[in-house]
Design a protein around this ligand. Structure first.
Ligand code: DX5
Ligand code: ZN
Length: 221
């Protein structure tokens, strides 16, 4: 399978969400990446259910919802209702991760787990077979537009070997600071899904930028 591209709506124009959703629909992107921040787990607040519902009205691709919130179990059903296909919770925000994963799957969604930069992939060895997607944070969560953390490559390789050793069928997603420099190296290390916010939406031609990330071919800019 070739790798997937998930533009992060956090970097879209919130006053023109329909237009940016249509750009993603018409592009080579595979998923919509949707960041929910509660101002408690991370020091920023993004948007909530009504905005996700509005995105869902226009989005014709998989809705990959990344929850940066405490106690995510409270809202699993609601995120299903507003259109999430994949629901990712933070390892650091779940006391009973196994229960949370089962609850997400019981709602018919794929279950993802995100790891902060300081959280080791080894901590997933007992749950990896229950996880559809691991989101390795390559920045500290909370804001778009930050610089990529270089240690991520090692984490991708470690996670890839954990997945293989357990015979799991888990996708590896990278989130934060993804650009044309690190994308080919991330794919080479074993990443399956690249999230990109500012690199896509702040570029002159977002559709071409998505083609570049999808094909890992980058004309000189
Ligand atoms: C960060 C978010 C990311 C963010 C990525 O907390 O989880 O999804 O939107 O944005 P860039 O690609 O600009 O780092
Ligand atoms: Zn995210």
């Amino acid at each position: 399978m070739s790798h997937l591209i998930a533009p992060s709506i956090l970097a879209a124009d919130f006053a023109n969400l329909q237009k940016d959703c249509e750009m993603v629909n018409d592009s080579q992107a595979d998923w919509f990446h949707i960041d929910v921040m509660d101002g408690v787990f991370v020091p920023n607040i993004s948007f909530g259910m009504p905005v996700i519902k509005a995105i869902k009205k226009h989005a014709k691709k998989t809705m990959d919802v990344h929850l940066m919130i405490v106690d995510p179990d409270r809202y699993i059903k609601t995120f299903k209702e507003v259109g999430a296909d994949i629901l990712t919770v933070h390892y650091e925000a779940c006391t009973h991760l196994h229960i949370t994963l089962q609850a997400i799957k019981a709602e018919g969604m794929q279950a993802g787990v995100a790891l902060n930069p300081h959280t080791s992939v080894d901590l997933l060895k007992d749950t990896i077979k229950d996880i559809d997607l691991v989101c390795i944070m390559s920045v500290n969560p909370g804001f778009g537009g930050q610089s990529f953390i270089e240690n991520t490559y090692d984490k991708v390789r470690e996670l890839k070997s954990l997945i293989e050793s357990k015979g799991a069928d888990t996708k590896i997603e990278i989130d934060g600071g993804v650009n044309s420099q690190n994308a080919p190296k991330l794919i080479e290390a074993g990443a399956d899904v690249l999230v990109a916010g500012s690199f896509v939406f702040r570029s002159e031609n977002p559709m071409d930028t998505i083609i570049g990330l999808k094909n890992c071919y980058f004309p000189l800019r």
